[in-house]
Design a protein. Structure first.
Length: 94
């Protein structure tokens, strides 16, 4: 039976990538998930970065930085503003 590869970790293991390197790659992928999702949501709304910036009353470079930031660099209020601009309701529960 052929081995099924279902995760990036499985793929790197199959390729013989060292465990520490594989761990770093996996962590880097996790760190960019919020920004990637923001980019996807903006694209689904058929908005360019410039159009999004106008709607948010900010600059295109700010949108670019937000969409390429790691999770720990994204401010909650910026993320909420971005999502609200796209028509999503945001709620923060602590």
């Amino acid at each position: 039976m052929e081995q099924r590869i279902s995760t990036i970790s499985d793929l790197m293991n199959e390729m013989g990538v060292e465990k520490e390197t594989a761990k770093q790659v996996t962590e880097n992928i996790k760190n960019y998930s919020i920004s990637q999702n923001l980019t996807i949501l903006r694209a689904k709304a058929n908005l360019s970065q410039s159009e999004m910036a106008k709607k948010m009353k900010t600059s295109q470079s700010f949108i670019s930085k937000l969409e390429s930031a790691s999770n720990d660099q994204i401010k909650v209020d910026d993320m909420c503003s971005f999502l609200t601009t796209l028509g999503y309701e945001t709620t923060i529960t602590i």
